[in-house]
Write a protein that binds this ligand. Structure first.
Ligand code: OGA
Ligand code: MN
Length: 226
């Protein structure tokens, strides 16, 4: 594959991240090699700060208890996860900024890695002190159109004693990464490959979790269901 930086520029819109093009190519290659990549300093500071203030300022009724599974399989199981979520919509200006950035990232991932990513869905998540999300996979092979998971962290000055780490496990249950949910860190991993968990948070913790997806629509079913 021989992609020039110029061809990366021919996408709709610039990727206004804090990382330059050269660095992006290195991140994409790391993702192709390991199946996951950690990216610090993802957005310009003003943008991530605005997202944090937006999330922290949402009122109680704007959050929903997170469930497990989708549609008919959707159940609340607070022994598995106890965070609250809010799906992002392009009609809400504060949310559209993040969705646009991720769509540009989607186009670039497709160009660089030929991933055939069709769309992106994401939600804000709030872990109040005591909340967690036990070990899980985001997708099961052949049974989901979720291809790549992204998790983006919003809290400034997260400390070790605040807990809430994301643990990423390898194929033999070994710990591959322990990620502090530090403001402006983006984690990207293959949704059907990496078991992961969120340790109990001891401070209110905000993230945006999303999924790049394949198109699984067919004549009998329009994808995605909401
Ligand atoms: C999820 C998830 C990780 C995190 O929402 O599926 O695994 O660090 N989130 O918030
Ligand atoms: Mn997950």
């Amino acid at each position: 594959m021989n992609l020039t930086l110029d061809s990366l520029h021919q996408t709709q819109g610039e990727l206004t991240t804090a990382i330059d093009d050269e660095q992006w190519l290195a991140r994409f290659d790391a993702l192709a090699e390991q199946g996951y990549v950690l990216i610090e300093n993802f957005l310009p500071h003003a943008e991530v700060a605005a997202l944090y203030h937006y999330a922290a300022g949402l009122s109680e009724p704007e959050w929903n208890m997170a469930g497990i599974g989708r549609e008919q399989q959707h159940t609340l199981n607070t022994r598995v996860r106890s965070d609250q979520i809010r799906w992002l919509h392009p009609q809400v200006p504060a949310e559209a900024i993040y969705l646009n950035t991720m769509d540009t990232l989607r186009v670039r991932l497709n160009r660089r890695l030929f991933m055939g990513l069709f769309d992106y869905e994401c939600h804000l998540a709030r872990y109040q002190p005591g909340a967690f999300y036990k070990k899980h996979l985001d997708a099961f092979k052949g049974r989901s159109n979720r291809v790549l998971t992204t998790v983006f962290y919003l809290n400034p000055e997260w400390q070790h004693e605040d807990g809430g780490e994301l643990i990423i496990y390898g194929a033999n249950d070994e710990v591959l990464e322990t990620v502090l949910p530090q403001q402006n860190t983006l984690v990207v991993f293959l949704s059907d490959t990496f078991v992961h968990e969120v340790k109990t948070a001891h401070r209110e913790r905000f993230s945006i979790t999303g999924w790049f997806r394949h198109n699984a629509s067919n004549a009998h079913r329009v994808d995605p269901p909401r």
